[in-house]
Design a binder for this molecule. Structure first.
Ligand code: NAP
Length: 277
């Protein structure tokens, strides 16, 4: 059976999702027809009507719609509701349910790298949807403190207020985008497009002691500028992208992937994606 799925947002021309879902179609009994539906905020309702009319099983959501789509959905998973950002939507019986598979992807990637957030000092650059998801995963993982640095300071401050209410045991604070992190920081997250769509700002090369963790949400096919020359464990955005696609595919197909298999499957897809086969 062919499962209709796709991606909405804009711009989509550099998206790797069609290739990922094509590779996923080689799993027995799972075959995707994956459509890119270029959609800006003003065209969201029209896109949702098209998706319903064409009977898609579900779809991914990217910039600039991850927060905007919240009010157009019939239901939200508890995690999407808490994060206030949606990157995967399942369509069943004409109803749209939003989820956040980026959060599950982040947890899988941190676990795979041997990074347990509990008690750690963490730094996030950015205050958009990706930063919200990172703040949620670090807060719910028991991080000791999370410093949020954003070009527009007021957005960082708004995130700090929101997540301090959700996780009172984690000390959230807003800092200037360019300020040097505290010396105790050991987890560094790039949740901006810098290094992917624009050159990396010098402040994103601040580093922690040897053995720190560096996680880039921006993804590139080679080593990203944020992860280059780090004395520590690096977690590429491509791993997160593949994990979120796998978790989204579970929603669309209704077929769970065994926890023990997901890392191997991610590695296999990554090898094939990088080799272009
Ligand atoms: P978003 O909601 O638009 O937020 C973008 C953030 O980046 C904002 O905080 C923005 O600051 C900051 N920013 C943008 N341009 C900047 C610049 N030139 N200098 C400094 N800061 C800048 O986007 P998002 O959804 O959070 O996504 C952020 C990045 O993560 C994107 O590259 C996206 O592709 C990537 N991502 C990857 C995955 C994955 O699976 N690997 C998943 C999610 C997102 P202001 O508030 O000042 O505008």
């Amino acid at each position: 059976m062919t499962i209709k799925a796709g991606l909405i947002g804009s711009p989509l021309k550099r998206s790797l999702s069609p290739q990922l879902f094509k590779l996923l179609s080689s799993r027995p009994g799972e075959r995707y027809s994956y459509t890119l539906l270029e959609t800006r905020a003003a065209g969201l309702e029209r896109a949702l009507n098209t998706i319903k009319r064409e009977g898609w099983a579900g779809f991914n959501v990217t910039l600039p719609l991850k927060e905007k789509i919240l009010t157009s959905l019939d239901a939200l998973s508890s995690e999407a509701e808490a994060i206030r950002a949606v990157n995967a939507v399942r369509l069943r019986n004409g109803k749209l349910k939003g989820d956040n598979t980026d959060a599950a992807a982040l947890r899988l990637a941190l676990k795979g790298a041997g990074c347990r957030p509990r008690g750690r000092t963490c730094v996030i650059w950015g205050a958009g949807g990706a930063a919200r998801t990172a703040a949620w995963v670090l807060g719910s993982g028991g991080a000791g403190s999370v410093q949020i640095r954003n070009r527009t300071f007021s957005r960082a401050a708004a995130l700090v207020k929101y997540f301090s209410g959700l996780f009172p045991r984690t000390k959230f604070s807003a800092r200037k985008f360019t300020a040097a992190p505290a010396g105790t920081a050991t987890v560094f997250v790039n949740a901006t497009p810098l290094g992917m769509y624009a050159p990396l700002a010098a402040c994103l090369k601040f580093s922690g002691p040897p053995g720190s963790f560096y996680l880039d949400l921006a993804y590139t096919l080679g080593t990203s500028p944020f992860l280059k020359d780090r004395d520590g464990t690096t977690i590429p955005g491509l791993d997160l992208l593949i994990y979120q696609a796998l978790k989204s595919a579970e929603l669309y197909s209704g077929r769970p992937i065994k926890a023990a298999k997901i890392v191997k499957l991610k590695d296999r897809l990554k090898t094939r994606l990088l080799s272009g086969k």
